[in-house]
Design a protein. Structure first.
Length: 278
């Protein structure tokens, strides 16, 4: 306490100046319209800038919630788009219960773990069996590029066998001439931006830049973009081509995915299980 009084006594002139200067400013602003107007405008500008920066910070803190909401809305829109495609407008018939005619629906999920540097890469998402997720469901990205298949499922989580996995094989086709082949990864190297299409009959003409899409023969709907041809003629020594493609998906930045629910998947699986093994 003694040191405080010594400090005040030593700098009393400075403190008196601050007090009288503040009183002078207050009286000037209070009794002069122009100074009061200028002061209020300056104060409002400073406060406004402070609130603007605070709102930017709040928006940044809420980005995760906003992204989750946008992903769910996009999934709903994709599902509604599929419903519209199932209405045959040429017959001028209104389908009231379009759900019964819809084969595919989308469910948005957030990626909580991912890898791209392993030989067998697996992705974990924040949706599980309680959300309707089942093994072998197809998964795509928000850009509708191929991601992989559901592998294991718990109540609230699920893992995806990524396209970047040695056991992943997806039926694909060239968009321009429907040349059918099998999409695999790591045939020549383990670049997360590239994959390979095997078993394309060599009488098909494949050019650089050709678009590769899903064929619709597996869990994926037909026409889902996969990538573009970057090497059109890898020799295999037989009657089939192997081509290299640049993937549309950037697996290193994957944050959200859409799990595709195929209404007829179990019915198809049960039917095909009755076929004799050759």
């Amino acid at each position: 306490m003694r040191n405080l009084w010594i400090f005040i006594n030593r700098y009393n002139a400075f403190f008196l100046f601050i007090i009288f200067f503040t009183i002078g400013i207050v009286l000037t602003v209070k009794n002069n319209a122009y100074q009061r107007s200028v002061t209020l405008n300056s104060t409002n500008e400073v406060v406004g800038q402070a609130y603007e920066k605070l709102n930017v910070f709040k928006r940044y803190m809420n980005l995760g919630q906003v992204n989750d909401s946008l992903a769910n809305e996009n999934a709903k829109l994709y599902s509604q788009l599929l419903k519209m495609k199932n209405i045959d407008s040429a017959k001028n018939i209104t389908v009231k219960d379009t759900t019964t005619h819809q084969q595919y629906t989308y469910l948005a999920a957030r990626v909580i773990k991912n890898s791209i540097t392993l030989r067998n890469n697996v992705i974990t998402i924040n949706k599980g069996s309680l959300d309707g997720i089942k093994k072998d469901m197809a998964v795509i990205s928000p850009q509708k590029g191929v991601v992989g298949f559901i592998r294991d499922v718990s109540d609230h989580l699920a893992t995806i066998q990524s396209l970047l996995h040695k056991d992943t094989k997806i039926s694909v086709t060239t968009k321009k001439n429907n040349a059918l082949g099998s999409l695999v990864w790591g045939e020549k190297n383990f670049n997360y931006q590239k994959a390979y299409i095997k078993d394309i009959p060599n009488h098909f003409k494949i050019n650089l830049g050709d678009t590769i899409v899903t064929s619709g023969f597996a869990s994926f709907p037909p026409g889902i973009p996969v990538g573009r041809v970057s090497n059109a003629g890898i020799a295999t020594g037989d009657n089939f081509l192997t081509i290299e493609i640049n993937l549309f998906n950037d697996f290193s930045t994957l944050q959200y995915v859409y799990v595709i629910k195929d209404k007829f998947a179990e019915e198809q699986k049960a039917l095909e299980s009755k076929l004799p093994n050759e």
